[in-house]
Design a protein around this ligand. Structure first.
Ligand code: SF4
Ligand code: FES
Length: 248
C-alpha cells in the first residue's frame, strides 16, 4: 500500500508547529499503526532527519500511552481499540492519513505528537484511592460481600486506561468521562464509600483547576473511548457531587 502521511511536527511547547507530508510505500496491511510509524522513523534516521516523537509503551491496549489523533479521531477509525491495536489494513492504497497530537489546553504539547497528560495524574492523586491500614491488620477485601452487578459496574469503570481520548474527542476538552470513571470505580464499592464525599469534591475541583471544559452531553467521549467507558459514569459522578454538596 502507498500512503501519504500528514504529521504534526512541533519542536517544543513554545515552538510554532506545522503539518509535514511524508510519502510512504510498501506499507503492509498486517503492520500496526505504530509499526508503520517505526518504519517512517527508521527511514528519517537513515536520512539524517529528526524522527517523529510519539508516545507508546505496552503496545497491547493496556497502558493508555499511545495518544494519536488519526484523521480527526482519537485512536483512529476503529472502535474500542487503542492506536497501538490499530492495523494498516483499515486503510486503503492511496489514502492520505492526517496524524495530530491530542489537542487540549490541559494537555500541552511536549514535542510533535507527544502531549503532557500529567493533569490526569493530579486528578487521580486528588482522590482516586482508598486509605487502607497496611500495618499488618489489613482486612481482606474479599471478606466484604459485594453484589455481582455492583462488582461488574465497578470493574467496567476501572478499565479506564487514562489515555485522554475522551478529552481529545470532546469539543469542550472535558475530562468528565475519565474523572467519572475514576470516581465510579470506588463509589460503587463499600470500601470506596468511606471517603466518597471528599473524593468526588477533590477530584472535580482538581479537574476544574487543570482547565478542562465542562460536559455538554454530546457523547463523543463515549464513542471514541477505547475501553467503552459509559456516560452513565458521568451521571453517577454528578449525583455523587450533588450529594456531597448537600452533606456540606
Ligand atoms: S474514559 Fe476512555 S477515553 Fe477517557 S481516559 Fe479513560 S479509557 Fe481513555
Ligand atoms: S501503547 Fe499501551 S495502550 Fe497503546
Amino acid at each position: 500500500m502507498n500512503l501519504v502521511l500528514k504529521i504534526w511536527r512541533q519542536d517544543n511547547a513554545e515552538a510554532k508547529g506545522k503539518m509535514v507530508e511524508y510519502p510512504m510505500s510498501n506499507v503492509e496491511g498486517d503492520m500496526s499503526f505504530l509499526e508503520m510509524l517505526d518504519v517512517l522513523n527508521e527511514d528519517l534516521i537513515n536520512k539524517g532527519e529528526e524522527p517523529v516523537a510519539f508516545d507508546h509503551d505496552c503496545r497491547e491496549g493496556i497502558c493508555g500511552t499511545c495518544s494519536l489523533m488519526i484523521n480527526g479521531e482519537p485512536h483512529g477509525p476503529d472502535r474500542l481499540i487503542t492506536t497501538c491495536q490499530l492495523h494498516m489494513r483499515k486503510f486503503n492504497d492511496g489514502d492520505t492519513i492526517v496524524i495530530e497530537p491530542f489537542r487540549a489546553t490541559a494537555f500541552p504539547i511536549i514535542k510533535d505528537l507527544v502531549v503532557d497528560r500529567n493533569a490526569f495524574e493530579r486528578i487521580q492523586q486528588a482522590g482516586g484511592f482508598i486509605s487502607v491500614n497496611t500495618s499488618g491488620n489489613t482486612v481482606d477485601a474479599n471478606a466484604i460481600p459485594i453484589a455481582k452487578d455492583m462488582a461488574d459496574e465497578a470493574m467496567d469503570a476501572a478499565t479506564c486506561i487514562g489515555c485522554g481520548a475522551c478529552v481529545a474527542a470532546c469539543k469542550n476538552a472535558s475530562a468528565m468521562l475519565f474523572t467519572s470513571a475514576k470516581v465510579s470505580q470506588f463509589a460503587l464499592l463499600p470500601q470506596g464509600r468511606v471517603e466518597a464525599t471528599d473524593r468526588v469534591m477533590n477530584m472535580v475541583r482538581q479537574m476544574d483547576l487543570e482547565g478542562f471544559g465542562n460536559c455538554t452531553n454530546t457523547g463523543a467521549c463515549e464513542v471514541e473511548c477505547p475501553k467503552g467507558i459509559s456516560l452513565e459514569n458521568i451521571a453517577r459522578m454528578n449525583r455523587e457531587y450533588m450529594s456531597a454538596i448537600v452533606k456540606g
